[in-house]
Design a protein around this ligand. Structure first.
Ligand code: SF4
Length: 91
């Protein structure tokens, strides 16, 4: 295994997390009870410069809970499903 590549990826992951707009925010906003509003969390994500990295991280890791990259699990699941369909169609 190329450990240099792994270390680069690890460093990049930390790098985007360092710029997260939700640092210091109430984490309960991002992991709301079922049926609770996600509006405030999504507003914070909307102003986040690493939103795309965050969303991709959550999709890749299969995060099942919380708001990541401005999207709920249901919204992320839709993207994963669409990607799977596209991957099947393109072979
Ligand atoms: S997109 Fe949202 S959850 Fe992700 S790092 Fe930014 S503020 Fe935090």
């Amino acid at each position: 295994m190329d450990t240099t590549l792994f270390e680069d990826i690890f460093t990049q992951d930390l790098a985007w997390q360092e710029m997260a707009n939700c640092r210091g925010a109430d984490q309960d906003l991002f992991f709301p009870e079922r049926g609770a509003s996600t509006r405030k969390a999504k507003a914070i994500c909307g102003a986040c410069t690493v939103k795309d990295d965050c969303l991709e991280f959550a999709i890749t890791k299969g995060e099942r809970f919380g708001i990541w990259g401005g999207m709920s699990e249901r919204e992320r699941r839709r993207i994963r499903r669409q990607r799977a369909i596209t991957a099947r169609q393109t072979g």
